[in-house]
Design a protein around this ligand. Sequence first.
Ligand SMILES: Nc1ncnc2c1ncn2[C@@H]1O[C@H](COP(=O)(O)OP(=O)(O)OP(=O)(O)O)[C@@H](O)[C@H]1O
Ligand SMILES: [Mg+2]
Length: 325
Amino acid sequence: MTTSEHSTRTSPRTGPAADGAAIRLSGLHKSFGSVRAVRGIDLTVAPGEVVAFLGPNGAGKSTTIDLLLGLTKPDSGTARLFGGVPDAAVSAGRVGAMLQSGALLPDLTVRELIRIFAALHRNPMPVGEAMLRAGIDDIAGQKTQNLSGGQAQRVRFALALVPDPDVVVLDEPTVAMDVEVRRQFWASMREFAAGGRTVLFATHYLQEADDYADRVVVIADGRIIADGTGASIKARVSGRTLSAVIPGASEQLLRAMDTVTDVEVVGGRYAVHCDDSDAVLRLLLARYPQIHDIEITQANLEQAFLQLTGSSSVDAPSTSAAKGA
Ligand SMILES: Nc1ncnc2c1ncn2[C@@H]1O[C@H](COP(=O)(O)OP(=O)(O)OP(=O)(O)O)[C@@H](O)[C@H]1O
Ligand SMILES: [Mg+2]
């Protein structure tokens, strides 16, 4: 079933792994000297899932990606791709990767670089298609060392597509891309994933994870601290604080309101922590007409990560790729 000029994958190149997983990480640990970068990661990704690794600087996202690509060996635990060791999947051309660092080979044009890379693979995607999907037609003749940061990122994306992989791993792919290029990149990535491929990408941005992934895995301090849909992760960090002077109110009455999770009294003001600040505000205005000096603030991402790090519950992993593209 070919619906466009792009080749459309209808079935994986070879059968699924015996256990059915595209990616399976079990009990992974990795330290660098005294830095415990990855401290016990267990994760199973089904074929066709689009998964985001979300976490702050130094969380262990890149180290986990390096382990699953076989670029680094774990201290303990295993990384499997389609049931085999990472090297086997990589040499079979089943994995494409866009890493956070690494220079592009210099003194070549973009087209030459993609061609050389394609020649290394047994069943590469046609060079023209990889360039089209990555949106680099317009810079095909430019020397790699003269590319802007965002252009270089697009070339890296094309290189990740060249093996025509079943799994593509992208470490902070949109860094240095402007808003429009970012939008095109994600559209292209979703189109690529729609053919049944598995995508795993790392990001710092909850919004990016929620918009483009079916499943968000939050990593902090080398561990998975939450795993669920973007909506379920957002619900846990989207709390707001409404603070105001509220004559006639009491802590007890405020606590009894719907979606209120906590109430503090600070310097004659109430700080009402809640999930739905719009609803709480409407109710407060109706009940306490004297309310004044109202401020509503949202937890920033740092606070959100702290909040998630502090909470012990981990959502049941979603294994279906249910969210519409
Ligand atoms: N080769 C290395 N040698 C020493 N320490 C390292 C090495 N690679 C990573 N680390 C350390 O391991 C921890 C995890 O790093 P990692 O790069 O995996 O984080 P990250 O989540 O990808 O962060 P970022 O969002 O900044 O890319 C950090 O404390 C980092 O300093
Ligand atoms: Mg990183």
